[in-house]
Structures are given as C-alpha cells and as structure tokens.
Design a protein around this ligand. Structure first.
Ligand code: GLU
Length: 500
C-alpha cells in the first residue's frame, strides 16, 4: 500500500513536470536562519538542481511588526555560506520580482480586487474591540474562538457607505465549508475542512498589507512555483491556500511538507541549546558542507546503506541522490555525533584540494595568531599542513587545535618546574637528536629507547621530562609523535631553551 502510494507520488511529480520545476524558499525576516529553515532551503535547492529547475528566494515580510532589522542580509549571508545560491531573489533579481513582499503591495492590491469582484472576498468593518469580545465569549463558553463572519452579509450599499465614511476595514476570504484534499508529496493524502475551526480569514489588513496566506498564494502563482516544499507547520494552512487558488481559478502547485527536525531523543530543538542557529555552527568552526551533510543524514530523502559509514557528499552528489519520496514523514532525528564526523571528513577533503588546503592553512594560521598574539610563532605553511594532516583523525574543528592541549604546536611552553629537569641528560640527548637521520617516528622511537638504555634512565622518566620540555604539559600525544610533528629544529629549540 505504502509502496503503491509512493509510486503514484513519483508519477505525480513527473506528470507535473513537463517544464522545469520552480521551487522557492520563503523565509520571514523575523530572526536568524535556523536548522529547520536551512533544511527547507537545502531540499528545495537540491530538488531544483536535480530536475534542472530554478530555486527562488522570496522574503515574506508582510508582518512588519515582527521584522528584525538586518535579518534579510543575515539570512542571505547564511544561505550563501551554506552553498545555497538562488537563481532569482532579492539580491540578484529576476523576471518575477520584486522578491520582497513589502515591495509587492500593488500586486496584492490588484489581485484582491479580483476576489472582491467575483464575490470570494468581502470587506469587514468589525473593530478590534468587537473581535476581542468575540474571543472572550468563545473562551467563556469553551468554544473555538473564531470570527462570526458578520460582515459577509453587508449589502453593497452598506459597504459603500462605510467606505465613503472612511471606516477602517480589512478584506476577508469567504470560507466555504467543503473539505479540501491534496496529496502531500511526503505525508500522502491530507483532507481538512478549514471552516470547522476558523472564521473567514483576513487576506488584506486595514493597513494595506496582505496576510501571509494571501501573499503566499499570489506570489507562488505569479512566480510560477510548481512545487512547494516547506515545513510541516504549514501543512494545516495548505487546504486554506487551495481554497484561495480555487477562488482565483488558478492551478495550485504540488505540496510537500518536511517533518520537524528534533533532537536524538525526540525532544524539540530549543533556541537555548545553542544548536539551532546556523550562525552558531559557523562560529563553532563547522564547515558548510559538513553542516549540509549532517542535515541530510537526519532529514531523509537519500539512499542510506546501513552500516556503510558516513560519506561526505558534494551538493551535486546530494542532488543526484535526492528523492522526495524517500523523505520519511516521521520527525527527523539529529545525531550530534555525526556532525563532528562530517566536519572531520570535510577537513580531510579540503586538505586534498590544492587551493582549499591553502585556505585551510591560512585559516588556522589566523586562528593561532589571534589566540597567541606573540612573536616567533611556529606557523610555517609546511608545519601547519603537517599538523592538519595529523589532526584529521583527532579533531572535529580547527578551533580544537588552538586549545591549551595543542599550544605546544605553535608556541614555546611557558614556565614549568625546573626541578624535574636533568640538564646533563638533556645535553646528551641534544647530541643524539642532532645526528638522528632520518627524522621519522620509527627512528625517533628507537632513538628514545636507545637513549634510555644507554644512560640508564627509566623510559617513563625520560618521557615525562621530554614531554614537559616540549609542551609544558604533563600529558598529550606520545613524545615521538610530538617531536615528529614539531620537526627536528623546533624540538631542539625547546630542549635548548630548557638548558638555559
Ligand atoms: N514565510 C513562511 C515562513 O516563514 C514560509 C511558509 C511557506 O513556505 O509557505 O516559514
């Protein structure tokens, strides 16, 4: 049954796509881009790439009271950072613009006239006070607060008089009490009669601004949107939108609602967790492709071979694999352990690319400089590259490499307890080290062992002293590993420093 449903869904998508599909991401500028928004944008983008369609960015700022200054720019910057570029949108324009709803007020005005004229919409003069009273009465009688549709019955003469008198009014949609049905590309068949729980909804507010529902339908139609992929929180509104499409006589797009993203234990993501904002991930040193892959691991829509391990995929590879009918309708559980894994793979990938590895090296050099504002930092390109290659198995973000644990890689150790240093021994060791060839881990290990036997010093004692001299720390990577990473020259500098 499920398979049949899925198959029919595939043919539904196909039969709708004689032309290249057009999808859109339509955020409201009410704050930052969060993981859920990023997933919606990403899946729309992947859908567009995989079907050679267009991805449109539209800013839905009809609720001016909730608009946050600077959030449009931040949203665009976050999307671009994540590699989600748009084909049409506020910053690049396009033939269906403007792409910011507050700049489309004339368009809504023209279109609302059509609904007023064909009798699907009407002017409502009810005051805020009356609406509040209705709400209060409903609460008192334990019924659903909804508008009682009173102004529906005003005669055109009454309406005209009120308009002439300058009475403030909004425009409402006449809800019909029929059950709308649609095939959700992800959830399957959905049917709902909006009028059971709602009074006639407002389409245009008294200030001339459209409501979300009206602007959303008008824009999706005028922008030629063929598939609406959006968060499941909008699923309940879709049947209302279908009624509006019908009132206009427009063919609606196909709809697919993406399930909620939740924590591994099924709980809701909370803003306080510091793990919902895309910006926070960026500041934590997560790379865009790693974050994108991490989301796809939770979101479904891809072939995942169980036990095959994680493979980092490029945007094009993800797009090739992406299939809407593979998205589960269950909430998408994030597995935070996978984020580190994805970032490790991304660091490895960047290191293998000539140009990207140079950027990575310079990024780490900057980080070190910022953290340790000292002269004579050990940050030559070769050294930084060696460290990065060594670190890919150990760290998930570059930031980890500037922690105290790894400070020895960049700076000379700060003061340590001199009583633990045997200068005579160290002097001898300098001699052995200077002549060591080749300078690799195997020979270093052998050299350390030979030195401990020859000088009758217990191996652990020797290691403890050398580790202190090299890093100033009581623990860390093996001494041979540290000396190899630092290179002969830097290791000798540190040991000689201890002899001063
Ligand atoms: N403006 C809505 C939001 O902020 C978009 C809903 C839709 O995609 O239709 O999420």
């Amino acid at each position: 049954m499920k398979l049949l449903q899925r198959l029919s869904m595939c043919s539904l998508i196909r039969c709708f796509m004689t032309d290249a599909p057009r999808v859109r991401f339509a955020p409201s500028p009410t704050g930052y881009l969060h993981l859920g928004g990023l997933r919606t944008a990403l899946y729309n983008k992947l859908f567009a790439i995989s079907h050679k369609g267009s991805f449109i960015l539209r800013i839905e700022d009809t609720d001016q009271t909730r608009k946050i200054q600077g959030s449009v720019e931040a949203l665009i910057a976050d999307l671009e950072w994540a590699g989600i570029t748009c084909d049409e949108g506020p910053s690049i324009g396009g033939r269906n613009g403007p792409y910011i709803q507050s700049e489309r007020l004339d368009i809504y005005k023209q279109n609302i006239t059509k609904l007023l004229e064909n009798g699907s919409a009407y002017r409502c003069f009810c005051t805020e006070r009356r609406l509040n009273l209705l709400r209060r009465d409903a609460v008192r009688s334990y019924s659903i607060p909804k508008y009682d549709n009173r102004c529906r019955n005003l005669s055109s003469k009454e309406t005209k008089e009120k308009i002439t008198a300058g009475t403030p009014n909004c425009i409402r949609f006449k809800l019909t009490s029929d059950c709308q049905y649609f095939e959700d590309l992800i959830f399957g068949g959905i049917a709902y009669d909006v009028s059971i729980n709602e009074g006639d909804p407002v389409l245009m507010k008294s200030d001339g601004f459209p409501t979300y529902h009206f602007a959303n339908v008008v824009d999706d139609h005028l922008m030629g949107i063929t598939h609406v992929l959006r968060g499941v929180e909008w699923q309940i509104s879709t049947t209302k939108h279908l009624l509006i499409y019908r009132a206009f006589g427009w063919k609606p797009p196909l709809f697919g609602h993406l399930p909620l993203i939740v924590n591994a234990d099924g709980t809701k993501l909370s803003k306080r967790q510091k793990d919902v904002k895309v910006e926070d991930y960026r500041l934590k040193g997560v790379f865009p492709l790693a974050l994108v892959n991490y989301i796809t691991l939770a979101g479904g829509g891809f072939d995942h071979v169980p036990g095959a391990g994680i493979m980092l995929k490029s945007m094009d590879e993800l797009a090739q694999e992406f299939q809407i009918n593979k998205i589960s309708s269950h909430p998408s559980r994030l597995n935070p352990d996978l984020l580190g894994e994805c970032n490790k793979l991304e660091i490895k990938r960047r290191l293998q690319n000539e140009i990207e590895s140079l950027t990575l090296i310079s990024q780490l050099q900057q980080l070190v400089k910022k953290t340790y504002p000292l002269e004579n930092l050990n940050i030559s390109d070769d050294h930084v590259k060696n460290v990065l290659e060594w670190a890919t198995a150990r760290i998930a973000t570059l930031d980890e490499l500037i922690s105290i644990k790894y400070a020895f890689l960049w700076i000379l150790p700060s003061k340590y307890n001199q009583s633990e240093i045997n200068k005579q021994l160290l002097e001898k060791f300098v001699h052995d080290l200077e002549s060591l060839k080749p300078y690799d881990q195997t020979h270093l290990k052998q050299c350390l062992r030979d030195f401990s036997t020859k000088n009758n010093i217990k191996f652990p004692m020797l290691m403890k002293m050398l580790r202190l001299v090299l890093s100033g720390l009581p623990e860390g990577p093996s001494v041979a590993e540290m000396m190899h990473l630092l290179g002969k020259h830097q290791s000798l500098i540190r040991i000689r420093e201890a002899l001063q």
